[in-house]
Design a protein. Structure first.
Length: 214
């Protein structure tokens, strides 16, 4: 079996080497039907995943270099939006004052600065996912990995979240997104389709397509 290899070119905002980061993401979802990704610059070979970093080093890479967005949001139920966004900074050892400033800036970037003191049960599904996106951005990661980020949202909210990701990409953020939905994949500059661990197609789309009509 020949392992899939693909090249991702970097965006203007992130120019750090991300070979280890990207390899590990391919391990997270090797059989995803659509890997809709935005540019980064590195050759990836998933046969080399995990051979050169121990668990502590992997954890450090995940914290510093990757921002994760999950289908189920994964927010702390008893924490405010602000405190949820601060979590990666706590693990990075950032002081309280700077944590607060960076978390507020990230919430402002996703349009939720006015909801900073609200807990998840006081937010809509779309707002929860925006908090999750802010948390993914707060450490200024090399890449944002979004695993089915619209899976728990209705169609209108799904496209609002995708427009947010498009705006972030336009501003230079590198994003790799996994989805099973063709209308969500349609937002990407490039769509890589993976079946049973094999790349079956690699479609490049430039410029970014107009968002699908609701």
């Amino acid at each position: 079996m020949q392992a899939p290899t693909l090249r991702i070119t970097h965006g203007p905002r992130k120019r750090r080497h991300c070979e280890q980061v990207c390899r590990r993401f391919l391990a997270l979802a090797p059989s995803a039907r659509h890997l809709a990704q935005h540019p980064y610059d590195v050759d990836l070979d998933i046969t080399e995943i995990g051979v050169d970093l121990d668990d502590d080093e992997l954890a450090a890479v995940r914290n510093r270099e990757i921002g994760f967005v999950f289908q189920t949001f994964n927010l702390l139920a008893r924490a405010t939006s602000l405190h949820n966004v601060e979590v990666p900074l706590v693990y990075s050892g950032v002081g309280a004052r700077k944590r607060n400033q960076k978390a507020m800036a990230a919430l402002d970037e996703v349009g939720l600065a006015d909801r900073a003191d609200h807990r998840p049960n006081e937010l809509s599904g779309g707002e929860r996912q925006r908090v999750a996106v802010a948390r993914a951005l707060v450490n200024d990661p090399a890449i944002v990995l979004a695993d089915e980020p619209t899976g728990n949202l209705d169609s209108k909210t799904s496209h609002e979240i995708m427009q947010l990701l498009v705006d972030l990409h336009t501003n230079g953020q590198t994003i790799i997104l996994v989805t099973h939905e063709d209308d969500i994949a349609a937002y990407a500059h490039r769509i890589v389709r993976v079946l049973d661990g094999h790349i079956v197609s690699d479609e490049r789309r430039s410029p970014l397509p107009v968002p699908p009509a609701l």
